[in-house]
Design a protein around this ligand. Structure first.
Ligand code: FES
Length: 67
């Protein structure tokens, strides 16, 4: 699904940017260009950022608990 129509960037590309270390909307824009034009997709990027980073941290804490 496209989240940034200006740059034609999908939610998968945004999640990949977060997985590779992007922690702000600006960093996502730098990684995959989503949000680097009109900014209309920023709320969606922020939501994906929150979802993807909380998924990653809950996986991390599960891994820590299992260790
Ligand atoms: S819709 Fe993403 S920058 Fe315009």
């Amino acid at each position: 699904m496209y989240v940034c129509s200006c740059r034609g960037v999908t939610d998968r590309a945004v999640k990949a940017a977060v997985a590779s270390g992007a922690r702000t909307v600006e960093e996502i824009a730098r990684e995959c260009r989503a949000g680097s034009r009109c900014g209309g997709c920023w709320p969606v990027l922020a939501e994906l950022l929150e979802q993807t980073s909380s998924d990653a941290s809950s996986r991390h804490s599960e891994a820590s608990a299992a260790a």
